[in-house]
Design a protein around this ligand. Sequence first.
Ligand code: PLP
Length: 399
Amino acid sequence: MKPFSKRMPHLGTENAFSVIGKAKKFEQEVLAPKGEKLVYLQIGEPGFNTPDNINHAAIKAINDNQTHYTATTGIQPLREAVAKISSNYSAVPYKASDVIILPGGKPVMFYMINALIDEGDEVIVPNPSYPIYGSVTEYLGGKMVPIQLREDRNFNFTAEDLRALITPKTKMIILNSPQNPTGGVYTKELIEEIAQIAIENDLWVLSDEIYDRMVHEGEHISITSVPGMQERTVMLNGCSKTYAMTGYRVGWAVTSNKEMAEYIEKLACNDVSCTSTIAQYAALEAITGPQDQVDYMLDEYKKRRDLMVSLVNEIPGIHCHSPKGAFYLMVNVRELLDKLSISADELCDRIMKEAHVLILPGTVFGLFGDDFVRFSYVSTEDDIKEGLARIKTFIESIS
Ligand SMILES: Cc1ncc(COP(=O)(O)O)c(C=O)c1O
């Protein structure tokens, strides 16, 4: 057989999906025959159903025969609605023509990095972070340069950390606030410093704001609020997290840079033609319809966060700060790992097999995740209580 392309070995993946595959197999083969179940505390998606008004809009779109192609950039009313909500954060209002609707937030990463990165170009990527940023960078021949998110700084980095990593080959910086997996939120000061560094060094910014509505204290600050940044930034956002619509697959890229918008459109045209028309009408209802369900979900996440943080901090050898955003909890397990001489991966594996709870090792999100395990607090209060009780009993029994 002729070989695969030289790029393929550099393409990573989201290991969270393979962990779930392994867990489901374990549950089916080992636990189910005994009538037992895993408690899932690793889930990276909203623990609620999509609100009814949104599902009804999708059904109406089908009944209205809105089942054909749209323009690659999306239906006009949705582009207008997205421009309007994105302008809540930006220095200058966005126009509908700045918006490209895509099948999820993820394609924004693939298209923007594709549009910019040549062999050897460097991309500064927060670490730990969503694994796809680094995977796509390396697949395209770029170099991922990790910038550590520091627990003692509420998972921010410093302007000095950033300056130290910039070389003549640096082409872009990736930001994600609120963050997956740490729940950290960048401060206004840091965002302003990053913007200044980006302008001074002529860098592009991918600003992943998919958790923008999930800021539990304070308000969401976008780098696009800094004058001069909208031209060099692509803002990534979408319906997946805010509206519990992960399976609909609707996201968007927003940028005032015309050439970048054209390249993203061209890449999307080559790849997917357009986003599902039905899903676009559902997204339009999500954004322009009643927001009470979103408010309810956000209130619930905050309550569940507080519950989880207090239960985690009752367990000896592990601890966490209260995260300011998203729905994740990065728990420091270093003391326990050292005591048992095991890695975070091994700890999670034992917690699955012996305590029957699924959580993710921090290393799934990069090398600076090795002191941590990630919980998510989208699960029900009952699951949170049961999962943490099981983990507590397990840890007390082995330490
Ligand atoms: C930080 C971050 N960005 C983007 C995405 C992808 O979102 P979507 O499902 O809309 O592609 C995720 C999903 O987990 C995420 O955590």
